[in-house]
Design a protein around this ligand. Sequence first.
Ligand code: AMP
Ligand code: GLY
Length: 411
Amino acid sequence: MNILLIGSGGREHALAWKIAQSPLVKRLICAPGNPGMAAVGECLTIDDPIAFARQEAIDLVVVGPEQPLAEGLADRLMDAGIPCFGPCKDAAQLETSKAFTKEICAEGGIPTARYGHFTDADEASAFLETFSAPYVVKADGLAAGKGVVIAETLEDARTAIPDLLAMSGSIIIEEFLDGREISLFAITDGENVVHCGTAQDYKRAHDGDAGPNTGGMGCVAPVVFWNDALEEETYRTIIEPTIRTLKQRGLTYRGVLYAGLMLTQDGVKLLEYNCRFGDPECQLLMRRCTSDLVPVLLAAAKGTLSGHTLQWTDDHGLLITYATQGYPEAYEKGSPINRVHDAGAEPGVDIFHAGTAMKGDQLVAQGGRVLSITALGKTAAIAQERAYKAAEAIDWDQGFYRTDIGKNNVR
Ligand code: AMP
Ligand code: GLY
């Protein structure tokens, strides 16, 4: 098979690494890819993925990030008869519109926070008073992680309304859900579903969950507070009703559903959906998956997922994001990074590139989140020790990472 993978981050490096291990794969092209992905596939800049896929006899396109899906890449591939892992634009609204997701939840009876949807600041402000602190205000559309404000006072929540309205034209105000957060992944062809694991993401920039929200500074899997009963509850009350409700609307979701969940006193509730794998969660899922992923990706894209499953190692996994100082605010590009290869040779360790580039022969930092250091081990403690040992072995003056990933993932 010839596979075209769209994207250039840590998530895509991990997908490329996993896809390249499949005996079914003849060629893997990563567009545009990154220096890490160059070790497992051909990295190319492609202007027109449809023309390229036709010309190079691509059997499957796997779309990593949400942006191309929001722009309708899957629709165009489907029209051209090219199988695509990643939903069509209308189904991707699960990520691109929080109001859409809330409507699906209402229609499907899916547990989520009580909410209101507003285009008017005064009406939104009045609705806020039906809640108590903390207050949750969200921009409706894609907001690159900056669209959610959780305010301790009514005044702060009100102040946030105009900015969030300006971002996307409408906002969601919802009940604050207290509990423990987890990311759950389900691969679907719009009808059938394959469990694709869970992981816990560390969203804040600094130790002790301090500092601003980020794309993810680390993650662990398995998650200590999760179990098979909660997984079954989530598929029955959230994932399956979502797929059914989309189908009733004439939408066939082909790809991965990423559910951001809150385990509350009243059971599991949906915080949000994304229409792609989580980054960095994907990197750990790929490390822990022991099955060939390619048949599952292809079957999801073709609508033939029935009967497929994925198997997982019992080993624990831990991931540390190595980021450029300053991230998620302003940061410098171009600082040199050394000894990545040696660090990646530590037992149980694999390092994925997220925001790197080559400057001549020198590997340099090119983004905010630069490397994903993953480790597996028989216990959570071993995985943690291995990942931190690898992080310490990397020589990069301008980088930083959290030192407490996995600290709370113990019984
Ligand atoms: P979202 O983009 O909707 O996932 O929001 C970003 C983060 O804000 C989530 O990962 C949660 O940590 C937090 N959050 C969002 N909505 C709520 C809520 N209703 N209650 C508590 N925390 C929330
Ligand atoms: N890890 C959070 C995200 O991928 O959105």
